[in-house]
Design a protein around this ligand. Structure first.
Ligand SMILES: O=P(O)(O)OC[C@H]1O[C@H](OP(=O)(O)OP(=O)(O)O)[C@H](O)[C@@H]1O
Ligand SMILES: Nc1nc2[nH]cnc2c(=O)[nH]1
Ligand SMILES: [Mg+2]
Length: 172
């Protein structure tokens, strides 16, 4: 990065467990009435927690995973790797191509992960809790949009930490 270059993610959006539960439940509300799905395919690992909440709300008991990893270094996207493919029998149900399947992930950012999974299941419905503008066109249903330069901090990535009083904090 050149010295005066803008950092890619200059804003932070920390999400508590309470907030995440509310937002994932809001996703389930938006999905209810939009279709009948016989299975969820969640994109691990980030999709695991919202998939559990949506599955509980919509009464879906068949949960499959597809493993995709690309942010190997904190905040930096590297080579996208499919670490676990989708079960072929599930793709072929209901006429094939993922018809009747609900894909769940925590967020779309650049859309690279969504594009790869959509190619595997072109007829599935793709849902995320959060969406950034670049990835938004790839998502059928989401709850909250955040700007492209925001990094979302999920509750499972954070912990309680001491906060120094405001008047003791040094500048910069
Ligand atoms: O739209 P993109 O730019 O592709 O980014 C979105 C993906 O990045 C994160 O996954 P990550 O690769 O960090 O793996 P993880 O779910 O195991 O944390 C997140 O859970 C999404 O799956
Ligand atoms: N935790 C987290 N992972 C991501 N992967 C891609 N974008 C993000 C983000 O904003 N937050
Ligand atoms: Mg992920």
């Amino acid at each position: 990065m050149t010295p005066d270059a803008e950092p890619l993610h200059s804003k932070a959006f920390p999400v508590s467990w309470d907030q995440f539960h509310r937002d994932a439940r809001a996703l389930a509300w938006r999905l209810s009435g939009q279709g009948e799905w016989h299975a969820i395919v969640c994109i691990t690992r980030g999709g695991l927690v919202p998939a559990a909440i949506v599955a509980r709300e919509l009464g879906i008991r068949v949960i499959e995973t597809v493993g995709v990893a690309s942010y190997h270094e904190y905040k930096d996207q590297g080579q996208l790797e499919v670490v676990k493919p989708v079960n072929g029998a599930l793709i072929d149900m209901d006429g094939g191509q993922g018809a009747g399947i609900l894909i769940i992930d925590d967020l779309v950012d650049t859309g690279a992960t969504a594009r790869v999974v959509r190619d595997m299941l072109p007829k599935a419905h793709f849902a995320t809790v959060y969406a950034k503008p670049k990835g938004r066109p790839l998502v059928d249903t989401f709850v909250t949009e955040v700007s492209q330069d925001t990094w979302i901090y999920f509750p499972w990535d954070m912990g309680f930490a001491f906060q120094p009083p405001i008047n003791k904090r040094s500048e910069g």
